[in-house]
Design a protein around this ligand. Structure first.
Ligand code: FAD
Length: 465
């Protein structure tokens, strides 16, 4: 069924917008005030805000392939206010601290949209909010609990819809309810990352591509072409972190895969609805996420094969045939009217998952080494907050500024133990996702309102709760 599908090629977004011309690699030893490793959203936002705050700083970005090669050029384009680890931060630092973090995330969605306007980045932004649907009694129970929890974190503008109101927005088969928040927008990931890289360069940041960093140590970013010496070296390598010397077990590279359909016809869109162009998700344990693209397709993602043995990553976004088929089944399950629609493109990418599933941003003041990431599946907006925070931390450490509301957020400076060695790492993640899928199947078959106990066990084993 998946014949004729373009598989890989980094992502559909590049097929749509074109691969970028690659910038010059590093050509010998160099020095900078700040060296940033990784040219995804995190590295680029950090460079952007630092250069805006202190135009005299010499900033160098080192990128192994090209800016946007990683998750930033492959994601689902949900620019939204979710952040991995908020509930744990509430436990560790108190509810008020977690509420501040959540508010900062809400504002981040607006901030990213503001900068796209200010820098004339046309990233197909559509602020339609985020709609998450429930399709079984157990999902509905989780949806209501989730909705109540988000209200308690101060999101008073969130709404809860029943089956009929949900169907007025989008006709998802079997949807029994949904929750909607205005704190979200659809974006074209590649247009955003390309625009950001160009904006950063225009500000005077030096960007070297095709330049893999093999080792980071205090004051040094080491590459095959030379070493960049800098008092601050910031690691922004997310799902690729395991390939750096000494970082193999820091963040687990988790796969996420996507498909994009061919453009739908007007009749097909009439059957689906979705005029609000909300980003769309569900409440399954192995959840899906989707967007209505600016060119009239559905781009839909889910977990697929979650993890490759030994923290290996995919080859330029190629994903497994079985995953393509599984995602197509989800698509048709949601929208039976699209049974005949062709999948045009499939791809995958990696997320960074820390052992406790908590995103973090840190600057070690004794070494000048910093890092940000571990966003799990919620990094499009979070990377912006991380970039602004790394900027403030560097400014603070170098005596250019004092503490700021961002440097006081509870995710700053968080540390967690590393993942287990193989084969435990592989067995654990495979087991967890097999369990989630079994839990989803059981909930669908039983029609029971309680979440499957299986999923709770998997959560505990994974270190999620
Ligand atoms: C398929 C998929 C769908 C997703 N959907 C969403 C979504 O809809 N919404 C959401 O919020 N989040 C989503 N995410 C997550 C989100 O895309 C990421 O969290 C975010 O892009 C992370 O940005 P980053 O800059 O930290 O990492 P990346 O974009 O991965 O950038 C890291 C960069 O570092 C470079 N690099 C790595 N190692 C080295 C090295 N040694 N030397 C030099 N350069 C190096 C890489 O080439 C890469 O360009 C998704 C992720 C995937 C994979």
């Amino acid at each position: 069924m998946s014949s004729g599908v373009v598989n890989g090629g980094i992502s559909y977004w590049y097929a749509d917008d074109g691969l970028p011309a690659v910038r010059e690699p590093l050509s010998g030893d160099a020095s900078a005030d700040v060296a940033i490793v990784g040219g995804g959203y995190t590295g680029l936002w950090t460079a952007y805000y630092l250069k805006k705050a202190a135009p005299f700083l010499r900033i160098t970005v080192l990128e192994q392939r090209f800016c946007g090669y990683g998750a930033s050029g492959r994601n689902g384009g949900w620019l939204y206010n979710g952040i991995a680890g908020r509930d744990r931060y509430a436990k560790l630092h108190g509810r008020d601290a977690a509420v501040r973090l959540q508010r900062a995330m809400n504002e981040t969605v607006t901030e990213v949209i503001r900068v796209t306007g200010a820098e004339s980045i046309d990233a197909d932004v559509h602020r339609g909010g985020v709609l998450e649907v429930a399709r079984t009694p157990a999902q509905l129970a989780r949806l209501k609990a989730f909705h109540a929890q988000e209200l308690a974190y101060g999101e008073q503008d969130r709404e809860l819809y029943g089956a009929r109101e949900t169907a007025q927005r989008i006709r998802v088969a079997g949807a029994v309810g949904s929750t909607w928040t205005p704190h979200g927008a659809r974006v074209h990931p590649v247009k955003l990352v390309k625009g950001l890289a160009a904006a950063v360069e225009a500000l005077g940041v030096v960007v070297h591509e095709s330049t893999p960093v093999t080792e980071i140590r205090a004051g040094h970013a080491v590459t095959p072409y030379g070493t960049v010496r800098a008092p601050y070296v910031l690691r922004c390598t997310e799902g690729f972190t395991a390939s750096l010397k000494g970082q193999r077990r820091t963040w687990l590279p988790m796969n996420s895969s996507m498909i994009a359909t061919e453009p739908l016809t007007d009749e097909q869109w009439a059957a689906v609805g979705w005029d609000g162009r909300e980003t769309l998700g569900d409440m399954a344990h192995a959840y899906m996420y989707a967007q209505r693209t600016a060119d009239g397709r559905i781009a839909l993602g889910g977990r697929g094969v979650p993890y490759r043995f030994g923290s290996r990553t995919d080859h330029d976004g190629r994903t497994q045939e079985a995953t393509v088929e599984a995602l197509r089944e989800i698509l048709v399950g949601f929208f039976p009217a699209l049974a005949g629609v062709r999948v045009a493109h499939a791809w995958s990418g990696v997320l960074g998952v820390p052992r406790d599933w908590c995103a973090t941003v840190t600057l070690d003041r004794t070494t000048g080494l910093g890092w940000a990431g571990g966003y799990v599946g919620s990094g499009v907006a979070t990377a912006n907050l991380a970039g602004r925070t790394l900027c403030d931390l560097v400014q603070q450490d170098s005596g250019q500024a004092g503490r700021t509301p961002l440097t006081e957020l509870p995710w700053v400076g968080h540390r967690v133990r590393r993942w287990e060695p193989e084969p435990l790492r592989w067995l654990g993640v495979q087991g967890m996702y097999a369990t989630y899928r079994a839990a989803d199947r059981r909930e669908t078959e039983n029609h029971s309102a309680g979440s499957s106990r299986l999923a709770r066990v998997a959560d505990r084993v994974a270190g999620r709760h």
